[in-house]
Write a protein that binds this ligand. Structure first.
Ligand code: SAM
Length: 353
């Protein structure tokens, strides 16, 4: 094992030692309150592109400071703090290397979290500072700050932030698209529409997994599809169709998949989207929504924080199976099953009645 891998393991062991049940409640809560510090430190390391600077191996702190235009002692403190959390590895000769966690901060990494960090550092950070507004009013803090909804702001005001958001979805999807695709039952499906499919990673993963599919339609807004990478755009059996899922979705497919769509929207708007899908399909057609399904016995604590993210930046929420059943019924769909995928998402299947 290399020195920096060994050091990474040691750092994690130290972290585990301090995480003992004997820690007094105020100390534990202080650590939780300071979770903000951890997030901010990771975001700054991402902004400075430290993970890229370490792509070829560990480098001295002074060299990293020169490369990033930062103050050497302060950069050392940033990286030392992060190394104690398992993000980067501190070596004995005043140098730092990548760890498995810091590697995915590079924009070039498979499953990159770089774009996610950029969004959290920017509009995410500002919105969460106004969480109290959302809790008091039920309205998105984002809309109060930016004067419009997140997706409208991306398209009208800040396309660069929108492109980063789409990249963040693709980066995160690298960990979940395979299990979601593996869990799909596409019996009888020849044509599939990915509603709000972003840059197409899930659509391509499903095409790979189901060679008998005649066609997958990647459906999203014009400016989002314009940024779809060439390798996906030119993929056989994939068709790109632009539009607004509140107006209409492509007609005649046997199944409409949508991942992380319904949780973005209020019940009223989620029913609108499901209704457009219902109108586009024949009886027996299916909606396959890949979503978190809240279950107090099984859901990870993170699922409930994601629900707060939906409260703060959008009008949506995470839902229970019963809540999905009610949405589906309102759109003329019968919820038939909830299929676990082994990821944080389940597939909520609804059939047109
Ligand atoms: C949370 S992202 C999920 C993207 C993708 N399904 C994934 O899992 O990576 C939501 C998607 O909905 C799309 N979207 C938002 N409003 C839309 C609209 N009115 N019509 C079509 N797509 C829309 C966004 O462009 C974005 O790609």
């Amino acid at each position: 094992m290399s020195t920096w891998r060994r050091r990474h393991r040691q750092n994690l062991e130290i972290t585990e030692m301090t995480d003992s049940p004997a820690v007094p409640a105020p100390v534990t809560l202080f650590g939780m309150l300071a979770g903000m510090w951890q997030s901010r430190a990771i975001c700054v390391a991402a902004q400075l592109k430290i993970a890229d600077a370490l792509a070829d191996g560990p480098r001295p702190t002074a060299e990293l400071a020169a490369w990033t235009g930062t103050n050497t002692p302060s950069l050392r403190r940033l990286l030392r703090a992060l190394a104690r959390q398992g993000v980067f590895v501190e070596l004995d000769d005043d140098s730092f290397g990548n760890s498995p966690l810091s590697e995915v901060l590079s924009p070039k990494a498979a499953g990159s979290m770089y774009a996610m960090a950029m969004g959290i550092a920017d509009w995410g950070w500002r919105s969460w500072a106004e969480l109290e507004h959302s809790v008091r009013t039920g309205e998105p803090a984002f809309d109060k700050l930016y004067g419009k909804g997140l997706f409208d702001w991306f398209s009208a005001d800040d396309p660069d932030a929108g492109a980063l958001f789409d990249d963040s979805m693709t980066g995160f999807s690298a960990s979940v698209d395979e299990p979601v695709s593996h869990a799909l039952d596409l019996t009888g499906v020849r044509r599939l529409v990915d509603v709000g499919g972003g840059h197409g990673r899930l659509a391509v993963t499903v095409l790979d997994a189901f060679p008998d599919l005649t066609e997958a339609v990647l459906f999203d807004q014009t400016h989002v599809l314009a940024q779809v990478p060439a390798a996906i755009r030119e993929r056989d059996r994939l068709r790109l169709t632009e539009g607004d899922f509140f107006q209409a979705v492509p007609v005649g497919a046997e199944a409409y998949i949508m991942k992380m769509i319904l949780h973005d929207w209020s019940d009223e708007n989620a029913v609108h989207i499901l209704s457009r899908c219902r109108e586009a399909m024949a009886p027996g057609g299916r909606v396959l929504a890949a979503e978190v399904v809240l279950d107090p016995q099984r859901s990870a604590p993170f699922a409930y924080l994601l629900d707060l993210q939906m409260l703060t930046v959008l009008t949506g929420k995470e839902r229970t199976e019963e809540e999905f059943r009610a949405l589906y019924a309102a759109a003329g769909l019968q919820l038939t099953r909830v299929i676990p995928t082994g990821s944080m998402f389940s597939i909520v299947e609804g059939v047109a009645i």
